[in-house]
Design a protein around this ligand. Structure first.
Ligand SMILES: Nc1ncnc2c1ncn2[C@@H]1O[C@H](COP(=O)(O)OP(=O)(O)OP(=O)(O)O)[C@@H](O)[C@H]1O
Ligand SMILES: [Mg+2]
Length: 244
């Protein structure tokens, strides 16, 4: 059984396709990076996978479930398997600890279990010592790390990352990349990560997908996409020759 499958997925807003006829499959534990110019449809694809919006046509299968034909209750269960870190994350103006706890308190865990998971997640993103700080006092990069910790604390099996390191300086990028890579390798978490950073896509991705105008132009290994792309649009994009 394929762990994760997207079949002929399309999403239309008005007359325009945000994504068009996208199909791909992922193995459990695969790290898939998504690249493509602004407006290519990366966020839309992630939002559909996280069931935040229904597709116009097509299907998503996760671990044997057809996600678009689930009851409301089943959707809640399926969504708890997934974690989504948004491109522009919003934190509640409470403490860092309270922000990271949030997803766990909804799951009926004991306070001891919650504390352990929260501490682990906060350490993973290098925010130890920030527990009692109010979100309004944090920098953009720190907020991004709180958002990542909030998601990691829920221990998702499918992690969806939308530009998760976009606001960070190089040392924090390395810290976050290491944390994500660690949970991918050690816990077999499957990751789909949209990024504008080619080095990151190459460094982290077992496989890389190139999107353009809502279409998945090409999927291959990181080596194939960056060193030997088969589509000339992929080549134009990675070489910086594409004007958009
Ligand atoms: N709710 C919406 N209503 C109308 N159009 C939308 C909506 N959401 C996305 N779009 C359009 O769909 C297209 C794809 O947008 P999307 O945000 O998925 O791109 P992206 O690849 O994530 O871009 P970026 O790299 O800038 O984040 C864009 O043309 C966008 O304007
Ligand atoms: Mg986006």
């Amino acid at each position: 059984m394929t762990f994760f499958k997207v079949r002929e997925l399309s999403k239309k807003y008005g007359f325009n396709y945000a994504i068009k006829d996208i199909s791909f499959e992922l193995e459990q534990g695969e790290f898939f990076t998504l690249i493509g110019p602004s407006g290519a449809g990366k966020t839309t694809l992630l939002r559909l996978i996280d069931l935040l919006e229904p597709p116009t046509t097509g299907e998503i299968e996760y671990n044997g479930w057809s996600l678009n034909s689930l009851t409301k209750k089943q959707k809640v269960t399926a969504r708890r398997e997934m974690g989504f870190v948004f491109q522009n994350p919003i934190c509640f103006n409470v403490t860092v600890k309270a922000n990271v706890e949030y997803g766990l308190t909804l799951r009926g865990l004991s306070q001891d279990e919650i504390d352990e998971k929260v501490n682990r997640a906060i350490n993973m993103v290098g925010l130890h010592g920030f527990e009692e700080r109010k979100a309004s006092t944090l920098s953009g990069g720190e907020i991004q790390r709180v958002a990542l910790a909030r998601t990691l604390a829920t221990e998702p099996n499918l992690l969806l990352l939308d530009e998760a390191t976009a606001n960070l300086d190089p040392s924090n990028v390395a810290l976050i990349e290491n944390a994500i890579q660690k949970i991918n390798r050690e816990r077999g978490v499957t990751v789909i990560m949209a990024t504008h950073n080619f080095f990151q896509a190459k460094r982290l991705g077992d496989s890389v997908g190139f999107m353009l105008d809502g279409e998945m132009i090409e999927i291959g290994t990181a080596d194939q996409i960056f060193n030997n792309p088969s589509d000339n649009r992929t080549e134009a994009f990675i070489s910086g020759e594409m004007i958009y």
